[in-house]
Structures are given as structure tokens and as C-alpha cells.
Design a protein around this ligand. Structure first.
Ligand SMILES: [Fe+2]
Length: 208
């Protein structure tokens, strides 16, 4: 299984039926998707490479960086940064909930770590839902976004300092997990980017 770029190519068939909770897909469709990759790559080289825990840590670094940038940005910058953060968090949490946590739960003793992580994801999703109903310029937005950042920061620390090391020590099958996560990531990224392009036409306007 190879890594693929995450961009939607020009003639990508938008898979309307790719749901976050649809877990039954095989990997065959992923193979077809790399044929038109490399096109339209305007979104930097964030293709996930490396072993699964390295990928997840790279996701962490990326959102942490974006949370910082948000604080310094003007309204226009904040709008696109926030959108990027929310999308990244949604994809990342789906990968962890669907694939990573179940795999980790099978091999580590401390199940509380997984339960707590799932609960934190739940709160993250509530905040994301609320933020999506707001405009970046709204007074409470920056505060809520900041709280989201703090929660995510705490969550990241626990994953990187406790959960991931325990899973690695327990000899999790990282190779298999890496393949599954990479395939799922491509699908989810296609889905989110397709949805974003359709709804915003490439430029997001704030709901006035
Ligand atoms: Fe994570």
C-alpha cells in the first residue's frame, strides 16, 4: 500500500456516500484514487507519510501551529485558519475513533486512557459544532476557539506521552494500522475537500 496525495484531482468522482461512520469499505477504491493524484495540489504537501504514530503526531503539530496562527491573524486569516483547524480535527478524530483507538484498546492495559480520549473527542466535537454555527467575528468565537485549542493540547499530550508509547511498547501492529489509517485518511480528505469546494466555490464567505 502506498501513500497517496490527499488532493482531489480534476475528474475525481466525488463519493457522496463516503460517510465518516461507514467502516466497511475495502481498500480497492483507494488504489484507483491515486491515478489522478498530484493534480491541483495547492494545499501544501500534507500527504501523510511515515508510520501511523508519526502521522498522527504530525497532525498534532499542524493543528497546534494553526491554533497559534489564529491568535495572531486578522479576521480574514482567522476565517481560513479556523476552517482548516476544524476540518483537520474532524478528519483526525474520525481516524482515531474508527481505527486507532480500537487497535490500541486491544493491546494496552490501561483502558481508561482510551475511554478518556474518546470522551475528549466528544467534547471537541461539541465545540466544533458550536463554532460551525458562529462567525469568526462573533465575540465569543475566539474564546471558544481558544478553549478548543487548550482541550486539544491536553488531549495531544496524553496521547503522545501515554497512549501511543504504551501501544508501541505493547507491540501494536503498526504496519497494518498505518495502511488502514492512510487509506481512510485519503477517503475522508476527499470527502471534506469535495464538500468544502462545493459549498464555498473555493472562497469561503462568512454567513452574514
Ligand atoms: Fe490525536
Amino acid at each position: 500500500m502506498k501513500n497517496q496525495t490527499t488532493q482531489t484531482g480534476p475528474e475525481t468522482d466525488m463519493e457522496e456516500d463516503v460517510d465518516i461512520d461507514n467502516e466497511d469499505e475495502g481498500e480497492e477504491d483507494e488504489e484507483e484514487m491515486d491515478e489522478d493524484d498530484g493534480e491541483g495540489s495547492d494545499d501544501d504537501g500534507e500527504k501523510a507519510s511515515g508510520e501511523v504514530f508519526e502521522q498522527l503526531k504530525a497532525d498534532h503539530r499542524k493543528v497546534q501551529e494553526l491554533f497559534k496562527k489564529f491568535e495572531e491573524g486578522d479576521k480574514r486569516a482567522r476565517t481560513s485558519i479556523a476552517e482548516e483547524v476544524l476540518k483537520a480535527l474532524e478528519i483526525h478524530s474520525a481516524l482515531e475513533e474508527e481505527l486507532v483507538y480500537p487497535a490500541i484498546a486491544e493491546v494496552i492495559d490501561e483502558q481508561d486512557l482510551v475511554d478518556e480520549a474518546r470522551e475528549e473527542h466528544h467534547v471537541v466535537k461539541l465545540l466544533i459544532k458550536e463554532l460551525r454555527k458562529m462567525d469568526v467575528g462573533d465575540k465569543g468565537y475566539a474564546t471558544k476557539f481558544k478553549v478548543l485549542g487548550e482541550l486539544v493540547g491536553h488531549h495531544i499530550e496524553e496521547e503522545e506521552n501515554e497512549m501511543f508509547p504504551q501501544a508501541e511498547e505493547a507491540d501494536i501492529d503498526a504496519e497494518a494500522l498505518t495502511e488502514e489509517v492512510s487509506a481512510r485518511r485519503d477517503k475522508l480528505t476527499h470527502k471534506y475537500e469535495g464538500a468544502g469546494k462545493k459549498s464555498s466555490g473555493g472562497k469561503r464567505k462568512s454567513a452574514a
